[in-house]
Ligand binder design. Structure first.
Ligand code: NAP
Length: 303
């Protein structure tokens, strides 16, 4: 299969790129590894900072991006890209399973995925009380005691969501200040069933068949705390492994590219959370998608 453009990743950056590519009449497809699309935002409980979308769930917002792209003619199909080869005027994408797709231009919009903490018990108890997605797994902990680790937007959103379901939510963060938006932190602090532990690290998760307790290490030393669920929200890492065969500049795994999304490899563009940039939000991902397609149009000489 040969295309003018392949967009790899169906989150806000990839779907925004799809909307612009469809409007420009490009011959393109979107490849999405989970087959549905919407990206990381689909697991966010509530999004209130995408202009015009009101206050709605991340799942709704991700679905709306997808519906709009499809309504304009975008073809979104399942496909996990394992590597890419630069053949000069064409790029060859190799998918898991061996299928290959050639394209004149590629927009890399594979975003980022949640980081692991690397503490004892995390791996063993994943799916048995340890989770990275409060909106997916929170309902299992209705009326129970949960712990959220992290002080960023994801941790605060997760804790707000869980506070409406759980008997208690403890939020532990390693510094004495949240990274998350102040308004949401204030909402969290006003919740009766939420306890915030500053300067506190999770050092171990205990339990055999399921999570029973954790060891938290704070200013007063280490202590065991009984909990039923542990939600980890300690940041994300870029999903750039599939690009390793290209001579791109990576910084901590993020692809170096300017606002025009051009990378050091002609014909390869980086958009959204995968791109090295100061602010990773849905609104900046969507802007990247638009800018990337504008650069693709110039690159293809279609302007
Ligand atoms: P993040 O902003 O990178 O925050 C990660 C949090 O985890 C920080 O509090 C960090 O502490 C902590 N952390 C990192 N490594 C740790 C470790 N080893 N042990 C303990 N704590 C650790 O990640 P995020 O909250 O997942 O957000 C990712 C991006 O998505 C951000 O740009 C965020 O703004 C965006 N986002 C936006 C929304 C929204 O706007 N509605 C919702 C969700 C996410 P330090 O602060 O000490 O580094």
């Amino acid at each position: 299969m040969d295309k003018e453009l392949v967009i790899v990743g169906g989150g806000p950056a990839g779907l925004s790129a799809a909307i612009y590519a469809a409007r420009a009449g490009l011959d393109f497809i979107v490849l999405e590894r989970d087959g549905f699309g919407g990206g990381q935002i689909t697991s966010s409980h509530e999004v209130e900072n995408y202009p015009g979308a009101g206050i709605r769930s991340g799942f709704d917002l991700g679905s709306a991006f997808r519906e709009q792209a499809v309504a304009l003619g975008a073809e979104i199909r399942y496909g996990a890209v394992s590597s890419v080869r630069d053949l000069g005027d064409e790029k060859e994408l190799i998918l898991d399973g061996g299928e290959t797709i050639k394209a004149k231009a590629v927009i890399a919009a594979t975003g980022a995925s949640p980081k692991k903490l690397g503490v004892p018990g995390e791996k063993e108890l994943t799916g048995r009380g340890v989770s990275w997605c409060a909106t997916c797994d929170g309902a299992f902990f209705r009326g129970r005691d949960t712990l959220v680790i992290g002080g960023g937007d994801t941790a605060v959103e997760d804790a707000l969501f869980l506070s409406n379901l759980c008997r208690s939510v403890t939020v532990a963060l390693r510094r004495d200040v949240f990274r998350a938006a102040r308004r949401r932190v204030d909402l969290l602090k006003a919740k009766d069933n939420v306890t915030i532990l500053y300067k506190t690290n999770l050092t171990e998760i205990r339990g055999e068949d399921r999570v029973r307790s954790v060891i938290l290490s704070g200013p007063e030393g280490a202590a065991e705390r009984p909990v039923d669920g542990v939600f980890l929200a300690v940041g994300v890492e870029p999903a750039s492994g599939w690009l390793e065969g290209l001579p791109l500049t990576l910084d901590g795994g993020y692809v170096a590219a300017g606002e025009d999304c051009r990378t050091g490899v002609p014909g390869v563009f980086a958009a959204g959370d995968l791109r090295k940039k100061p602010l990773r939000q849905v609104v900046t991902a969507a802007a990247d998608g638009a800018n990337a397609v504008t650069s693709v149009i110039e690159y293809l000489g279609r302007a």
